[in-house]
Design a protein around this ligand. Structure first.
Ligand code: DC
Length: 283
């Protein structure tokens, strides 16, 4: 077994692992070191335990990472639709938590308070027409998480260790059965380092600013190009230099510069790549 394979599994807890393997029943954290159990599971122990080969037949995880405005959401949503996969916008999860932090007025340096806040926070996503609907503790915050206040603070909130740990745990839980396209900054490097397909999207800064302006205008909002440009650059800087899971291309990711691609072209390229991979695996 490769070291990378082990590392992808060690952080799963026994409850997660058991449901990956298709067992029924309630599980709680084991008293000992659950990491060893996770490794055993990957080695076949849990399969024997449950008499089930679902791990071997799992549908792929597609990881799409890249900076703001590189086309991740549009691509991930359409690729997921064409493949019949779930689409998970992990940036929206960080935005929802940021909104909760903003509303609570908690000081970002108080990690204990932040941890407590996360324990009483529920972020869920529901399929929507244009975009998934984001629920924060049951309240629809789909529009509010795109506000300038949230956008300004989200890079700082998402760099906090307790926030990352909680979000990554949840994302792994949602993606454990495969058949999912996750988009974000650290999907191919941290959340699913063993994802079957890894894509890193990039685009020129000018093009990314143009796209953000167009997106804002469809939402009836406006901004100055210069301001947006500075904001995107600052977000890029914070997302790629932070200590916890910085934005970077996984060494085994395919890089796709979308600056001069149409939406249809980029969606087609990624979809075809996933289909080819599935075909290859099936042979
Ligand atoms: O994709 P987006 O612009 O909505 O993401 C908002 C912020 O969330 C982004 O600036 C960094 C953070 N983020 C992250 O740290 N890790 C992810 N997997 C996704 C987003």
């Amino acid at each position: 077994m490769r070291a990378a394979e082990i590392s992808a599994w060690v952080s799963l807890r026994i409850g997660d692992l058991a449901s990956v393997a298709g067992c029924k029943g309630e599980y709680s954290d084991p008293p000992g070191d659950s990491q060893n159990v996770a490794i055993l599971g990957r080695l076949g122990y849990i399969n024997n335990l449950c008499g089930n080969d679902r791990l071997a037949r799992r549908r792929p995880v597609v990881a799409i990472d890249g900076p703001a405005g590189s086309g991740k959401t549009t691509t991930a949503k359409l690729v997921a639709e064409r493949l019949g996969f779930i689409h998970l916008d992990t940036g929206a999860m960080y935005r929802a938590v940021t909104l909760k932090v903003l509303r609570s007025g908690i000081d970002l340096s108080d990690l204990e308070e932040i941890t407590g806040l996360l324990e009483s926070t529920r972020v869920s996503l529901e399929a929507g027409e244009q975009r998934a609907r984001i629920l924060l503790d049951g309240e629809d915050v789909t529009a509010e998480i795109r506000s300038p206040e949230v956008t300004r603070l989200v890079s700082r909130v998402s760099s906090l260790r307790p926030v990352r740990e909680a979000m990554v745990r949840e994302q792994r839980r949602m993606g454990r059965d495969g058949g999912i396209v996750l988009e974000g900054r650290d999907i191919g490097t941290v959340v699913f380092p063993d994802a079957e397909v890894k894509i890193f999207l990039s685009a020129d800064l000018d093009e990314r600013v143009r796209r953000r302006l167009a997106e804002l205008s469809t939402q009836g909002m406006s901004a100055s190009a210069g301001e947006l440009r500075r904001e995107i650059q600052e977000r890029d800087r914070m997302d790629s230099t932070r200590e916890q899971s910085p934005l970077r291309r996984a060494t085994d990711a395919i890089e796709l510069d979308t600056s001069r691609l149409s939406v249809e072209e980029q969606v087609q390229l990624v979809t075809e790549h996933v289909r080819a991979m599935i075909k290859e695996e099936g042979q």
